[in-house]
Design a protein around this ligand. Sequence first.
Ligand code: ADP
Ligand code: MG
Length: 372
Amino acid sequence: MMDQVRIGAFIAERRKAKGWTQSQLAEKLEITDKAVSKWETGRSMPDLSLFMPLCTLLEVTLNELFAGECIAAETLRAKADEVLMDVITNWLGRDPQESTACDPASQTVLDVENVSKLYETASAGHGTEDNAVLAVNNVSFQIAHGSLVAIMGASGSGKTTLLQLIATIDKPTSGAIRISGQNIVDIPDEAAAEFRRSHLGFVFQEYNLLETLTLYENIALPLTMKSVPKENIRPMVQRISEKLDISAILDKYPYEVSGGQRQRCACARAIVADPDIILADEPTGALDSHAARQLLDTLSMLCREYGATILMVTHDVMAASYCDRILFMKDGEIKAALDREQKNKQTFFADILKKIEWIEGESHAVLEIVNP
Ligand code: ADP
Ligand code: MG
């Protein structure tokens, strides 16, 4: 069993060894002093997204953190996996037997081929020097129909840029992006909005919904814009709303409901017009862990039951552990990919942590804590 008190004492010991007060550690992690004090007395555990930054600051490995002690290199491997699995199972709970709806003959929905994006000039307010940024560097990957795929990477690694290229919001400097076979790189600006309406769905971290419309009107919007006959719209909105457990609040405005409910509404709106692919940038970023889990369950349900294809940017390991496949970005490149295959969430979570440790170990970069 995971021993919170022991882990807390270990955090305190390593913090003191660094010569930091609780407030100093809290400040570095952009959290409250109270949170650090709670960890150290064993009353709570760090949030999942804080594991990597905390380990980096305290100069311990994840396995050492979970074991609550420094582990000699020789015994690390043997002990590590055992401790890690125990902790992860504690956190995520055990999976019910999940059906992995993996169709081997599934077709490719998104095909990204040798895509690069060079920002020629620095954005306003920054230096006057000619500092071009290769935000996306020769990236290639494919996404199969019905899969839930995550892009992970530190802040500034190019995740949002890549998503915007796929969203036809920005154009790549070179390369091809095909959605259901159509190369979207050639689409003229005027046609891009129409393409987005009929082929794409979006879920962002915040500002997803139009505040002056009710939830019902927000969800109906893509259908209205697609000129779906009026009498068909209500049953379509109602069906998806029931599925996402928001049917009782459809007459409310976004500011009247919780963050989790708003995000589920955003999911309903993203799926209702049956897009080729749903693009999500940090969809769980502003949610507490309960609402985040609920949203992730919703996203994977959309894939399993509605055949949705979802590409999600996240820096949260828990969010990534719900996915079928993870692409790890660093300095504009995809450095590694990880497939869930038949593994359960817990094993996959452990694999992801190890991969991040391996990738970040090369530079000791701290994983993104807060999305800017
Ligand atoms: P992430 O989403 O992974 O944090 P971004 O895609 O936002 O990364 O940024 C990747 C790189 O491109 C960063 O170095 C960033 O400063 C740069 N960048 C992003 N947008 C612009 C822009 N509009 N103009 C110039 N540089 C940009
Ligand atoms: Mg981003």
